[in-house]
Design a protein around this ligand. Structure first.
Ligand SMILES: [Cu+2]
Length: 498
């Protein structure tokens, strides 16, 4: 196992170069890494929060206990409740043999604490500690997770148990509810397969771009014609909600008429998940923690890797139900949790919902268009089948990101507004994530929309999606597919401010 990630070596190399006084006059990644590394830590007073990264057993069900790397010995990691705008001091201890990065997903932080080696955040050393301080924002449902590269190591990165929810209390809650329930969806015990991935067609609109499809399909055909296998995919043995397999955790106990606000996080390394609760509908009030302009009722939730959905459910259908994934196999292997009304007992019931397509536009501002941007950045995503020892390589505008040659490929001007036009020339759905900023969905599969603010968006196979954001948080900013197998094999790029 590589216990010293390439990016860490790179960071040291940068530091060495700086020490020798070889700094170029231009604002380089190197200068940046030095600058953020030099930020003083908080004085040595007790921290507000302490997180400890270590190996520990997790019990999914009786006699189904695996070893995983966790935060504070539990999965999911502890729910951290912050107050918007109120500074916190966090001590992070790393009891493992590998340097760690802890990323505060969805927050507008500085690169010194954001938790990404690519942005220059210092590592939490192996068997060491790092104290950080930051001012949590924006309000809403966020989370923290490791940002280590896993590569071919299925014990590293997001494949293990390093995911925990964050709730930043807003000044005003979106929607009325009686209580909150946090659900973290995650699979364990991954293994590689080579059969090709299953196509998923739940996204609406379903419009594909013909040119993207032609280019993706011909690249795949050419590769298979050369006797290449399909690139590796990852499958799992155990499926859990809040670390328990369906039927083995405490049920969610409810009363008729109760309004439960679910905060749902897909903590998967690689999978897109769905959820339904027979006889009930979800009123979606926030996506990725940001209140939506048009809360709407849906029978099914689809959640891409690292996406969050906050949805109200009025408990109006007494019984004992399975809140579970639509895929029978995944639900059968644990992806669900029991919802039990007071006074009701018995075997939990699952019924499949009618076919339903997930459309972000359902929650958008009706009949509205996003403001025109100052500049448009075009990116096309492509797959090189099985090109790296059986692993697919991924490129953005033909560039496969490499941690050994990190440099910002896109340059932002502070205060300007940008549109990123993403063209997906592959048949996979990619949950695309922008660090340290929120973005507005401005076009999905060719259809304009406005008002939905997110930090991850699923870009459908052979589809075109546009997002808009304002460059209002200077510093290196990572942009990547959140599918661990994709981000680790090239699907990343860096923005800087010039
Ligand atoms: Cu991807």
């Amino acid at each position: 196992m590589n216990k010293f990630p390439a990016s860490r070596r790179q960071f040291l190399k940068f530091a060495g170069v700086a020490g020798a006084g070889l700094l170029a006059p231009r604002k380089s990644l190197l200068a940046y890494a030095i600058a953020v590394g030099a930020e003083p830590y908080a004085p040595d007073s007790p921290a507000d929060y302490t997180l400890r990264i270590a190996s520990s057993p997790i019990e999914f069900a009786p006699n189904r206990i695996v070893s995983a790397i966790t935060y504070n010995g539990q999965f999911p990691g502890p729910l951290l409740r912050f107050k918007e705008g109120q500074q916190v001091v966090v001590d992070i201890f790393n009891d493992t043999d590998a340097p760690e990065q802890l990323h505060w997903h969805g927050q507008f932080l500085s690169p010194s604490v954001d938790g990404s080696a690519e942005e220059g955040t210092p590592y939490i050393p192996a068997h060491g500690k790092r104290r950080i301080q930051f001012t949590p924002r924006p309000a809403g449902f966020r989370f923290y997770h490791t940002h280590n590269r896993a590569g071919a190591d299925l014990h590293a990165g997001l494949y293990s148990g390093q995911v925990g929810p964050v709730y930043i209390e807003p000044r005003r809650e979106p929607g009325n509810y009686d209580r909150e329930v946090f659900l973290v969806l995650k699979e364990f015990e991954p293994a590689f397969s080579q059969g090709g991935d299953m196509a998923m067609d739940f996204l609406a609109p379903a419009t594909k771009v013909k040119e993207l499809e032609a280019s993706g399909e011909s690249a795949m055909k050419a590769s298979l014609a050369k006797d290449m296998p399909h690139g590796y995919e990852v499958g799992y043995r155990y499926f859990t909600i809040n670390g328990r397999m369906l039927g083995h955790g405490e049920p969610i106990r409810v009363k008729p008429g109760e309004r439960v606000l679910f905060h749902i996080l897909n903590g998967s390394a690689t999978e897109i998940r769905s959820l339904a609760l027979p006889g009930h509908t979800f009123r979606v009030v926030a996506l990725d923690g940001n209140p939506v302009p048009n809360p709407a009722d849906v029978p099914v939730l689809w959640v891409g890797t690292a996406e969050r959905i906050s949805a109200n459910v009025t408990m109006s259908h007494p019984g004992v139900w399975v809140l579970g994934d639509l895929a029978d196999d995944d639900r059968g292997h644990g992806m669900g949790i029991v919802v039990e009304y007071a006074g009701h007992k018995g075997k939990p019931v699952w019924t499949s919902p009618p076919p339903f397509h997930w459309n972000y536009a359902r929650f958008a501002k009706p009949n509205a268009f996003a403001a025109e941007p100052d500049d448009v950045i075009e990116m096309s995503f492509a797959k090189q089948n099985a090109a790296d020892h059986g692993f697919n390589l991924w490129s953005i505008n033909d560039k496969v990101f490499s941690e050994d040659a990190m440099a910002a490929a896109y340059h932002l001007h502070q205060g300007k507004s940008y549109r990123i036009r993403m063209l997906n020339a592959s048949d996979d759905i990619h949950p695309i994530h922008l660090h340290r900023h929120s973005f507005e969905l401005t076009k999905i599969a060719g259809k304009p929309l406005a008002g939905v603010m997110k930090d991850v968006v699923m870009v459908g196979g052979y589809q075109e999606v546009e997002i808009g954001f304002t460059a209002d948080n200077p510093g290196l900013t990572l942009f990547h597919c959140h599918q661990q197998l994709h981000m680790d094999f090239g699907f990343m790029t860096l923005f800087d401010y010039v």
